[in-house]
Design a protein around this ligand. Sequence first.
Ligand code: 13P
Length: 260
Amino acid sequence: MTRARWVIGNWKQNLLRGPAEALARGLVGGLPDPLIDSDDKVKVGIAPGYMALDVVRPWCRPAGPLFLFAQDVGAQESGAFTGEVGPGMLIDAGVRGAIVGHSERRALFGESDAVVSRKLRCALDAGLRVVLCVGEPLEVRAAGDHEAHVLGQLAAALANLPEDSLNHRVIIAYEPVWAIGTGNTATPDDAAAMHGRIRSWLREHFGAAGSDRSILYGGSVKASNAAELIAAGDIDGFLVGGASLEQAAFLSIIQSVAGP
Ligand code: 13P
């Protein structure tokens, strides 16, 4: 089976509704026709802030070519959970997937592995796609413990997940924390090595369903380094922060993943 290639822009806490709509419109206008016509080459997603979801929706499936993601999702479907946005609410707003376990949620908002696991399960049960983020902080890499750290995050997030739930709706994003927003991209070799390790772990635990999953790289992906990262192999696309806010840069990254 061919693994799906994805480029997803995580807009984080940026862009009011007007600029968000303009960026989505500009992206759609700039996508090469073959990408719009075909589902196969590369799927393009955007993850705006909650308040801009409705204004970008006309550019997203089924009306347009983009896939609409939320940056987070509640760990429960509904109830007395002030401030939370559940998967059903997202689906109702036209959202197709959610990022779960981003390192900023883990580090700045205290999300534990257990919460990440509950969010993942709740989102999948509701029918959303999930982009599960894993990645090690700098001190963990310096100590040489990065593989164990990342595989531990994976094991915790996917614990108790029925084997048939690890289908095309689960996308993994390897985002080393030290590479996020720093300009310090992982070398293509380091990124590919971790992707290979994640893939073999998934195969060991979930069989063919595990090895077929798309594994994206994230962390200071730019127009200038996307092609060499893809060329390293085993990288099925990108989760892009800062560069996804610039139309030309994001389109160039998409083109690098699509190939000539
Ligand atoms: P940057 O591309 O800005 O480093 O952010 C990466 C990221 O956190 C995407 O989720």
